[in-house]
Design a protein around this ligand. Structure first.
Ligand code: UN1
Length: 502
């Protein structure tokens, strides 16, 4: 499929992608650095109007029965199935991830739609025993209000879908500010939603709106009380601004921020399996998942063996145009990401690290694109550098003797997103999953830290922000809980036995 065919299949209007205004946003593909579109930015007034429209839609949508809301998401899932190929390609073109992962991202969107359709009949509350005769208590869950979604470039569509599918069945319209690096994917998603809404027939206007803008637009959404929930995915630095700003107006935030994910490989591990898992988790997506494996904590008895195998496997990774078959690693998103990676590697070397790989590739052929060989860095210890997230394919390797020390090293990171252990010893596995083990939101055994399924709650602790998106009971963040006490007697007993009578 050519780029034009992809745009056409997704209903992206060529004229709208060629904005003439001088401050238009230039959209570039990291594959070759070429400009693929120019988009006009939403003004403050336009963003304000979108939020107002979402608020008006909420008044209608909150009264729509949840299973009927689910029908809209079922239809969206159908549109995503039909558009899987072009949308997956567009994700690859804009984010630089390989096509298999671009398609995987769309599959993740389809999966969450299916999940949300089922959920639309399962927004359960509890019934609670009342201490008073002739009374009962229950919890009801009501729609919260329009949700502001702020998303990152690396999952330009799936993170929106996790939020959107759940928000819609919960009764909440969405105002979405995608990354400035991936606005076309967002516009394509909006178009697919519009197709679903057309089939649905009576969806109010304004249920799904995209704001094209930068930090200012994000700030505007974060400050707006008409958006009672802000769901933001991105860096810890971004979250440190968003969280307090939303809290200052007593809004809710759902933060899914950086990860500095580690894997412990114990002496009993199946190394064959571990190498394959490490390859996908550390080098896959060019190291640009928030769940990417960044620190490998290896038992000294197998350290040389494992590092040797990894170096051999890394040498065989096919790097290049992510749309070509057989390629496993595409480009970094931009020069800034490349510079940050080189900076981290230089610091690692200065701190005694031994670096393999990490160099730029194809600079002659693609002077404006940043392809790199994924790097392995053998470190003498866990220096401060290793406690920072560098969003690039850099895998630091550390040794350990005692599992408790390994877990201490593991948990020393200020972020707490994803983690894993490779072991065939059930005691080690269970200890890692216990209260004394990994302190992350995601803890896995014999699989890598990345590539989570949508059925679980996704997110992490500490500087990762504490939010949970996607499956399990993450839907509760998108609703407000009412506790109801109902008196069906003809007496009026007060709680705690209080007597208050004249
Ligand atoms: C992200 O990198 O922001 O678990 C999300 C994974 C994917 C989602 C990653 N399902 O790697």
């Amino acid at each position: 499929m050519t780029r034009e065919e992809i745009f056409a299949a997704l209903g992206l209007d060529a004229a709208a992608l060629a904005a003439a205004d001088s401050d238009a946003l230039a959209v570039r593909s990291p594959i070759d650095g070429a400009e693929i579109a120019r988009l006009g930015l939403d003004t403050e007034a336009e963003t304000d109007a979108k939020i107002a429209k979402a608020a008006a839609a909420f008044d209608i949508w909150r009264a729509t029965p949840p299973p009927r809301r689910g029908e809209l998401i079922r239809l969206l899932g159908n549109e995503l199935r039909a558009a899987k190929e072009p949308l997956g390609r567009l994700v690859s073109i804009e984010s630089g991830k390989i096509l298999a992962e671009g398609l995987g991202e769309v599959q993740e969107m389809i999966d969450i739609c299916d999940f949300a359709v089922g959920l639309s009949r399962q927004l359960y509350g509890l019934t609670i025993a009342s201490e008073r005769p002739g009374h009962r208590m229950m919890e009801t869950w009501h729609p919260l209000g329009p949700v502001g979604v702020i998303s990152a470039f690396n999952f330009p569509a799936a993170v929106w879908a996790w939020n959107f599918a759940i928000a819609i069945v919960c009764g909440d319209p969405v105002v979405w500010k995608p990354s400035e690096k991936t606005p076309l994917t967002a516009l394509a998603c909006q178009g697919l939603y519009m197709r679903a809404a057309e089939r649905f027939q009576d969806a109010p206007d304004g249920m799904m709106q995209v704001v094209i803008g930068g930090a200012d637009a994000g700030k505007q959404m974060v400050g707006d009380t008409r958006l009672p929930l802000i769901s933001a995915t991105g860096s810890c630095r971004m979250g440190a601004t968003v969280g307090p700003a939303v809290a200052a107006r007593f809004g809710r935030s759902l933060l899914e921020l950086g990860g500095n994910n580690a894997m412990i490989v114990t002496g009993s591990a199946d190394l064959e399996l571990a190498v394959r898992a490490i390859l996908f988790a550390a080098a896959g997506t060019a190291g640009q998942r928030c769940t990417t494996l960044r620190r490998l904590i290896v038992h000294q008895s197998i350290r040389d063996n494992l590092t040797g195998r990894l170096q051999a496997a890394y040498a065989d990774i096919a790097i290049g145009d992510p749309l070509q078959g057989g390629i496993l690693v595409g480009p970094l998103i931009d020069k800034r990401a490349f510079d940050a990676m080189q900076d981290a590697l230089a610091r690692a070397a200065a701190e005694g690290g031994v670096v393999t790989g990490g160099e730029r590739l194809f600079a002659g052929e693609y002077p404006d694109a940043y392809y790199v060989r994924p790097a392995i860095v053998e470190m003498p210890g866990q220096t401060d550098l290793l406690l920072e997230e560098t969003f690039a394919p850099v895998l630091y390797v550390l040794g350990y003797e005692d599992l408790k020390d390994a877990i201490r090293l593991h948990n020393a990171s200020p972020q707490g997103l994803a983690s894993s252990i490779f072991t065939t010893d059930m005691r080690e596995a269970e200890y890692f999953l216990s209260a004394e083990g990994s302190d992350c939101g995601i803890a896995n055994v014999n699989i890598g830290p990345s590539g989570a399924e949508i059925g679980g709650a996704f997110g992490g602790e500490k500087e990762t922000g504490g939010g949970r998106e996607s499956g399990s009971d993450a839907w509760r963040a998108y609703m407000r809980r009412a506790t109801n006490t109902i008196n069906y007697s003809s007496e009026l007993p007060l709680a705690q036995g209080i007597r208050f009578e004249v």
